[in-house]
Design a protein around this ligand. Structure first.
Ligand SMILES: Cc1ncc(COP(=O)(O)O)c(C=O)c1O
Length: 382
C-alpha cells in the first residue's frame, strides 16, 4: 500500500546517535539532557502512596483539579500572575505533547510558523506534520540574541505562530524584558499567536529571574506557555507537563488533547499536586544547578575549550577551535566520544542551516562524580 511520509526528512536524531555511540564506546554521556541523579524520595513515595490509595483510573481530561490548582498557586507565588485552573491549564504527557498539541491547534495546511534556530528538535516536525511551513531565523554565538527586526521581516500573510524557547536549549540564553516587549509588538502588529517553551523556567542563574510570557500582559492574551515536570523535578521518564493559555485557546487545545491522549498518568498527578505545596521544592533549583554549572566550567577551563556564558538551562556550550579546528562539530563530537570517552551534542544539529561555528553542548544535569569523571578524561586535551 503506498504510504506518503508526512515527515520525509526526519531520520534518527543526533540525541539517539550520540547516546548509542556513548554506549558503544563506554563514554560518559553528557550529550542528552536528562539527570543521572534520583528523583526526590518524597515525590517517589507520593506516587506509590497514590497508587496504594487506589488512584489508578483515568484522570479528568484536562488534568486532576488538585494539580491544576497547585499549578495556579505556583504561578501566583512565582510571577504574581492569576491563572484559572478550570479554563486555562491542561496537564499533558510531557512538554513534547503540549508543544505538538498547541502547534496542531493553531496551524492549518499552508500556514507558516516562525522558529528561532537553534531550536529544540520537536518544533519543526510538528509544524510540517500539519502541512504548514517552518520559517527559520538564525541566532548566532556568542550571545544568541534575537534580532527582532529580522523576525518581523519574515512575517507573511500566512504567518500564524511564533515559537520561542526561554531559557533556550541549546543557546542557554535568557530573554530580557525588551525581548518580550519586542515579541509582543510583532505579535500584536501582525495578529500572531505565540508558543513559549518555558520548560527550563527554574534554571536561570547568577541571580537573574525568568520572564514568562504569562507575566507580560500583552503576551498573556495570545500565548500558549508550556512546562515540564520531568525537567523540573528530575523525572524526564515520567513524561508529564502542562500547557497554560487563555480560555479560548485552551478550549481548542483541549479538543485535540482529548483525542491525542485523553488524560495523563493519575498517580503522578496526585503526587505532584502534593509536592508543589512546598515552594522550596522548585525555589532551590537555580542554586542546585548553578553549582553543577560552575563545577563543570571550572574543570573545562584547563582543557582547551573556550566556554560561552551559560545563563540558563542545564547546558554549557563550549568552543573547541583550540583543540581540533580541522573538524566540524559533528566530527568533533564523534571524535571526543570515541577517543576521550565523553559524549556531547554538536550545536549545528539544532539548525536547519547552521552558521559557521565550532560548538558542542555539554549537559551538566549530572552527579558531581559523573562531571568529575568526565573532566578527568578531558584533561590534557588542549
Ligand atoms: C526545550 C525543550 N522543550 C521541551 C522538551 C521536552 O520536555 P518533556 O520531556 O517534558 O516532553 C525538552 C527536552 O529536552 C527541551 O529541551
Amino acid at each position: 500500500m503506498p504510504l506518503i511520509s508526512k515527515l520525509p526528512d526526519v531520520g534518527t536524531t543526533i540525541f539517539t546517535v550520540m547516546s548509542q555511540l556513548a554506549a558503544e564506546y563506554g563514554a560518559i554521556n553528557l550529550s542528552q539532557g536528562f539527570p543521572d541523579f534520583p528523583v526526590d524520595g518524597a515525590l517517589r513515595e507520593a506516587v506509590t502512596a497514590a497508587m496504594a490509595a487506589g488512584h489508578n483510573q483515568y484522570a479528568p481530561m484536562p488534568g486532576l483539579p488538585a494539580l491544576r490548582e497547585a499549578i495556579a498557586a505556583k504561578f501566583e507565588v512565582q510571577h504574581g500572575v492569576a491563572v484559572d485552573p478550570a479554563t486555562e491549564i491542561t496537564v499533558t504527557a510531557g512538554a513534547t505533547q503540549a508543544l505538538y498539541t498547541a502547534i496542531a491547534t493553531v496551524l492549518h495546511a499552508g500556514d507558516e510558523a516562525i522558529v528561532l534556530d537553534p531550536s529544540y528538535d520537536s518544533y519543526a516536525p510538528a509544524i510540517v506534520a500539519q502541512g504548514a511551513k517552518a520559517v527559520r531565523v538564525n541566532l548566532s554565538a556568542p550571545d544568541f540574541a534575537v534580532d527582532w527586526a529580522a523576525v518581523e521581516a519574515v512575517v507573511t500573510p500566512h504567518t500564524r505562530l511564533v515559537i520561542v524557547n526561554n531559557p533556550n536549549n541549546p543557546a542557554t540564553s535568557v530573554f530580557r524584558a525588551a525581548d518580550l516587549d519586542a515579541l509582543a509588538a510583532i505579535a500584536e502588529r501582525h495578529d500572531l499567536l505565540v508558543l513559549a517553551d518555558e520548560v527550563y523556567e527554574h534554571l536561570v542563574f547568577d541571580g537573574a529571574s525568568h520572564r514568562s510570557v504569562l507575566a507580560h500582559p500583552a503576551l498573556r492574551q495570545r500565548s500558549f506557555a508550556v512546562y515540564s515536570f520531568g525537567k523540573t523535578f528530575h523525572a524526564t521518564g515520567w513524561k508529564i507537563g502542562y500547557c497554560v493559555a487563555p480560555p479560548a485557546l485552551t478550549a481548542e487545545f483541549r479538543k485535540l488533547h482529548q483525542f491525542l491522549v485523553f488524560s495523563v498518568n493519575t498517580p503522578a498527578q496526585h503526587a505532584l499536586a502534593a509536592y508543589l505545596q512546598q515552594p522550596a521544592h522548585w525555589q532551590q533549583l537555580p542554586s542546585f544547578y548553578q553549582a553543577k554549572r560552575d563545577r563543570l566550567a571550572a574543570g573545562l577551563v584547563s582543557t582547551g575549550f573556550r566556554l560561552l556564558p551559560s545563563r540558563g538551562t542545564y547546558f554549557q556550550l563550549a568552543d573547541y577551535s583550540a583543540i581540533r579546528s580541522d573538524l566540524t562539530d559533528t566530527e568533533f563530537a564523534r571524535w571526543l566520544t570515541v577517543t576521550h570517552g565523553v559524549a556531547t551534542i554538536p550545536v549545528s544539529a539544532f539548525y536547519a542551516a547552521p552558521p559557521e561555528a565550532r560548538l558542542v553542548r555539554f549537559c551538566f544535569a549530572k552527579e558531581v562524580r559523573t562531571l568529575d569523571a568526565a573532566l578527568e578524561r578531558l584533561q590534557g586535551l588542549g
